[in-house]
Design a protein around this ligand. Structure first.
Ligand code: GLN
Length: 302
């Protein structure tokens, strides 16, 4: 496969402007007021390789909330802390054709969350974080990630306030169901923890650095990295996962803030941020750019 560092900046600039054009078709989410007020024309991406080659375009200093991109890292941390056996007693690893916050999927599965990339799975995993309250639980994950990746993830209090300002009935219904079936204890702390970890914020450069944890990381078990990458490949982009896996095949995860992270195994990571989303809740421009890069990297394989 061609190397990430072989991509020319002219080529990337061209795709960048095409992707910006595509973003006009996307919509901002309407259930978190601060995300609805995001600047739709902001677009930035960063490629970081394991040899520390960095290429970025757009406003790479812009901070944004990870939202669902925290999910693979929540899984990675808990695999390190608690081990594979315990984790997969709590969540499955199968993809879902339902939306990321589907209660119906959880009910069809008799209360057993299908995978950790959708809300039911991530809420269940959030309940396993060590710590007596939501602040400590969020901090533990934040500190571990910051140590492992030399990033400066911080809790965006304004975003958290905005998340909490409207009742999220979908997540509330999932929490009630998980609590009813005995899947989680302490529903309030769990929901609070989940909301906090979703509001951990980064720049696009830091997001790409976080992605490197899933490429090679001396302190993290390669078995755990493989588990997380496999689940990202099949479940990371919700209902679009299957198609994306067929066309691109890179483990990827999106967040409702408009961020996308893709891991290029053995090479590096691509992080994008552009707020307008498609119908599945994935960044339109981010997905477009990652697809173009993936096609270019695979082009010389034949
Ligand atoms: N906090 C968001 C939610 O639960 C995260 C979802 C997402 O990024 N897709 O709705």
């Amino acid at each position: 496969m061609k190397k990430l560092s072989d991509l020319s900046s002219e080529q990337l600039s061209y795709w960048f402007s095409e992707a910006s054009e595509q973003a006009k078709q996307g919509k901002l989410p309407n259930y978190i007021p601060l995300l609805q007020q995001s600047e739709p024309t902001v677009f930035t991406f960063c490629i970081v390789t394991r040899n520390n080659y960095i290429l970025s375009q757009g406003d790479s200093q812009k901070n944004f909330a990870l939202m669902s991109i925290i999910k693979p890292f929540l899984l990675l941390y808990l695999l390190s802390e608690l081990g594979e056996e315990l984790i997969f007693k709590k969540v499955g690893s199968q993809s879902s054709n339902y939306s990321f916050n589907s209660l119906e999927q959880l009910q069809l599965d008799h209360g057993f969350p299908r995978n950790p990339m959708i809300n039911s799975g991530a809420l269940t995993l959030a309940s396993l974080l060590p710590g007596k309250d939501s602040n400590t639980r969020c901090k533990n994950l934040q500190q571990w990630l910051n140590q492992q990746s030399e990033c400066h993830l911080f809790l965006d209090e304004l975003m958290l306030h905005s998340v909490q300002s409207l009742p999220n009935l979908g997540n509330k219904a999932i929490i009630d169901e998980l609590s009813k079936t005995g899947q989680i204890n302490e529903p309030e702390i769990t929901l609070d923890t989940y909301n906090k970890i979703c509001c951990l914020s980064v720049t696009v450069i830091e997001l790409a650095r976080l992605g490197l944890l899933l490429v090679n990381s001396p302190n993290i078990s390669s078995n755990n990295v493989t588990i997380v990458r496999n689940i990202m490949t099949t479940c990371g982009l919700y209902e679009a996962s299957e198609n994306f896996a067929k066309n691109i095949g890179f483990p990827s995860k999106s967040g409702v803030s408009g961020a996308i992270l893709s891991v290029v195994p053995q090479q590096g990571a691509i992080a994008c941020y552009s707020p307008p989303l498609d119908a599945q809740g994935n960044s339109v421009a981010g997905l477009y750019l990652v697809e173009k890069i993936a096609m270019a990297l695979r082009a010389r394989e034949k």
